[in-house]
Design a protein around this ligand. Structure first.
Ligand code: GLA
Length: 389
């Protein structure tokens, strides 16, 4: 993120909010990828995300008032928020900030007024969690500025609650968590039931991960994301009638016959199939990354994609086309990542294959969908932190 417009943004902050002796502080939160464990983080599943070097940056300075003055460089818009904080349909980007203030105050803290400028280069609606990054950087910046001593794991939970309660997407904890605790060069395995996590470093040798942005923009708030979650919850309730020992859909370990005796709807059955088979693929991927068996990892990634597409039904023709083309071109593995309905595909392949794939796929995608594809190489980077210029 060296190319960030940090200096220009400082000038803009001072021209909008005035220059005082107290310099605003600068904080940054990354985007994220997820290697495996998709649509299981609200069902007690295990996920394997990493923070990557796209970011949201904010400048913040207390303003000794009770209002919050927010400016978005991306939207070129300034808004003033006063309590009670309510959803702002004219400037939905400010809801992520307001939601975090509300959730911090629910914990018994008071958040005094501040001036705030936000900028970012995470492609929005691309499945890389630009909203979670804004929530986490806001929570962290507030806690540092006002000395609230909230641990990073708790900042993640505050961000998730802001999204669930204020913005209205019933997302899981994965995005906010990795954005809060991420570490350069490491991914984490996170148990979303207990929130226990550990760092992993995988040596990829001649292989690399990269991203392809389908440029189909999703909006999880308006997509079927909440509906998928509701179907998983109703499936679990039905399963529990016969099998009360299961507290999470992720843990369900039943034969087809036992499942068919639970009277799930066709949709509930398909959602359950994705979630429980993802548990098996996650084990394969973690073992494969540890032992260097990348072809096993890759084929599990393809299987996850088709499970998300056919059983969980959160893909779209464009990402299906990308993954199908990659599979036919002999790439090691690929799948859509994040909430779905567009966004990015994560690819695992031999390093020397990249340019050939890029050239061919850009052409065929343009021809089929009249849409450009973007390829991103990335580095695994730190979670939220303060930046000292
Ligand atoms: C979005 C949500 C996450 C997670 C993924 C799917 O990114 O914010 O909580 O559910 O979708 O794995």
């Amino acid at each position: 993120m060296d190319s960030f417009r940090s200096k220009e943004n400082l000038n803009q902050f001072e021209s909008l909010f005035g220059k005082t002796k107290q310099l605003p502080r600068l904080f940054q939160a990354p985007a994220r990828i997820n290697i495996i464990g998709e649509h299981v983080d609200y069902l007690g599943g295990t996920v394997l995300p990493a923070a990557i070097n796209f970011a949201v940056q904010v400048y913040i300075r207390p303003n000794n008032t009770s209002s919050y003055h927010l400016h978005s460089v991306t939207h070129n818009e300034t808004v003033e928020l006063k309590k009670p904080l309510l959803q702002n349909s004219k400037s939905p980007w400010s809801d992520y900030v307001a939601g975090v203030i509300v959730e911090i105050e629910k914990k018994g803290h008071t958040v005094p007024g501040f001036d705030f400028l936000v900028d970012g280069n995470i492609p929005q609606g691309s499945g890389l969690s630009s909203s979670a990054a804004l929530e986490v950087v806001t929570g962290f910046a507030i806690q540092e500025t006002f000395g609230l001593r909230i641990p990073k794991e708790e900042i993640a939970l505050i961000g998730q609650r802001a999204e669930n309660n204020f913005v209205g997407t019933k997302c899981g904890i994965m995005d906010q968590f990795i954005i809060a605790v991420g570490k350069e060069n490491d991914c984490i395995s996170l148990n979303t039931d207990t929130l226990k996590y550990s760092y992993h470093h995988f040596d990829l040798g001649d292989y690399e991960f990269y991203l392809i942005n389908s440029n189909v923009k999703h909006n999880l708030k308006d997509s079927s994301y909440n509906n998928r979650r509701a179907e998983c919850e109703s499936a679990l309730i039905k399963i529990q009638t016969n099998h009360p020992k299961f507290t999470h859909l992720y843990d369900v370990d039943l034969s087809d016959l036992e499942i068919s005796n639970c009277h799930l709807t066709e949709e509930e059955g398909k959602r359950t199939k994705h979630v429980t088979s993802e548990r098996e693929r996650t084990k394969i991927v973690i073992n494969g990354l540890e032992s260097g068996n990348f072809s096993e990892v890759g084929s599990a990634l393809f299987r996850t994609h088709w499970s998300l597409s056919k059983d969980f039904e959160v893909s779209c023709p464009e990402t299906d086309f990308i993954v199908d083309s990659l599979e036919n071109a002999g790439v090691i593995g690929a799948r859509m990542i994040g909430g779905g309905f567009g966004g990015c595909v994560l690819v695992l392949d031999k390093k020397d294959h990249f340019s050939e794939i890029e050239e061919v796929l850009k052409k065929s995608y343009q021809q089929k969908f009249n849409l450009a594809l973007d390829f991103y190489k990335f580095q695994i980077s730190d979670g939220v932190k303060e930046i000292f210029l």
